[in-house]
Design a protein around this ligand. Sequence first.
Ligand code: TPU
Ligand code: MG
Length: 577
Amino acid sequence: MATRLDQIGLKHHFVVAGDYNLVLLDQLLLNENVKQVYCCNELNCGFAAEGYARAHGAAACVVTYTVGALSAFNALASAYAESLPVILISGSPNTNDLGAYHLLHHTLGTLNFRYQLEMARHITCEAVAVTHPEEAPYLIDKAIRAAFRNRKPVYIEIPCNLSGALCSAPGPRASLLDLPESDPVSLAAAVDAATAVLRKAVRPMLLAGPRLRSYGGVEAFRDLAEAVGCGVAVMPSAKGFFPEEHEQYVGVYLGSVSSPGCSALVESADAVLAAGPIFNDYTTVGWTSQPAVSKTIHVDPDRVHVAGVTYNDVFLNDFLAALAEAAKKNPRNGTTLLEFRRTQLESALPPTADQDAPLTRAEMCRQVQDVIDPNTTLIVETGDSWFNGFNMALPDGARFEIEMQYGHIGWSVPATFGYAVAAPDRRIVLMVGDGSFQLTAQEVCQMVRLKLPVIIFLVNNRGYTIEVEIHDGPYNNIKNWDYAGIMAVFSSSDGDGRGFRATTGKELAAAIQEAVAHETGPTLIECTIDRDDCTKQLMEWGPGLPQLTDELLRVLSCPAPWTVQQIRLDGAAWRPR
Ligand code: TPU
Ligand code: MG
């Protein structure tokens, strides 16, 4: 296992120790090329690996049986949704325990020791359990190969008593990391069909989707864009996959809450090539906006849909590269870009607020924007931080990370930790809301432990503002914390994390100055803003999501034939029509 993790290029793996994995951890420590990084809990451990995979291409984490693995599963599901090859390794009962009728701790207290493997199958593309030392090299390779081919997580279970057993040495890594090749006939046909569509189009557009990076298409997409010469928009989770300073860049496409001028271009296009998109309820703003299917060349990771025909076994990277070769620039393709530029007002810099007035969201964003340089990775958490992030300008080289398909609040803190471990030379900036932070806050202590100079903007708006905009109630209020003060707790006597609270523009500017200069640990800046001070995009997007409204209740709940009257929970009775 250690040799393979090393050979696939991992420099670290993330760990929470437990008595089902201790011997395995000893074995992994023998390979000094792959360092162990410890986490506070297994959910965070999984998310740290997820964040590491974003920066490094792949990741591994090691946990103990059931009590550990079941927590890590949530993060593994995130890696599935976000298309990241994360390898989850779990210790498991000894191979003789079942036959010996041994009931074991950390289990359900039954003799079923298979449930964890069965559960893992639903959230991985390959789940294997080693049951004999000689099977280990084969099964480990099988899982790792699947993770790289599918860009999805995998699960490997290793019994305690086999963790130190001898097995045959692994050979050279051979084809472990190879991606499958496209079917040449399908590929050529798909490229022909797409070329014909693009050649005919007068107002073509390119749209980058979240799967573009996972499936290795970022460079080919750029080549294609330049070959076609048309406008390029990105979906929110693909922000940063096409340079924002490029002359063809037109903004973030998110239906009615797109960046200015962008949705009109995408929706009026007569051909849209969408590369690795995910159109879900969030990204279509509650199914209100999506480029017309009949006009879309829809490029999935392993197939392409053009003009009502699906070309299977055509891989995204191959397709984009081949199309970039075939596509010719059509002088008319620049029309939409020209229109776009005309509609753009001179982008005025946001006004600087009165520096002694209470801090506002707009002033906070204005100052965060100044921190983002070409070497920055901006990570944004679920909440209004998403929308704050979409609005930030990324200079060339800057990167952007978001977990918008899975949308697990609390993801960002451990994922930022993992990302920072993988990319120690980048400036890592996190924007996270108070509600999200409360889920996984403790992982900041690991940033302190490893002296990672992450800058955390903790947006304290006293609640779940994103939920307030979707559907409000008392459940959106949360207990306030002394977020700045928590850094002293995490630093204790052996760390150097710093915490500041900014209630005005002046305090924020001073805190940012300290944060940028602080190199021996993370800095958390608690930005206190009003509960209702949110982006106008959130105000429009939130109510647009399908909710359980009375109208939907009436449409969806078909009473059973014997029901004469149903009692609503609020006490009001209604009769089925
Ligand atoms: O900026 P703001 O106030 O919107 O962000 P904050 O304070 O982080 O609040 C986020 C609120 C939120 C919840 C409670 N966003 N989504 N949810 C639902 C949710 C619950 N549990 C998990 C694990 N993930 C979720 N997305
Ligand atoms: Mg909040």
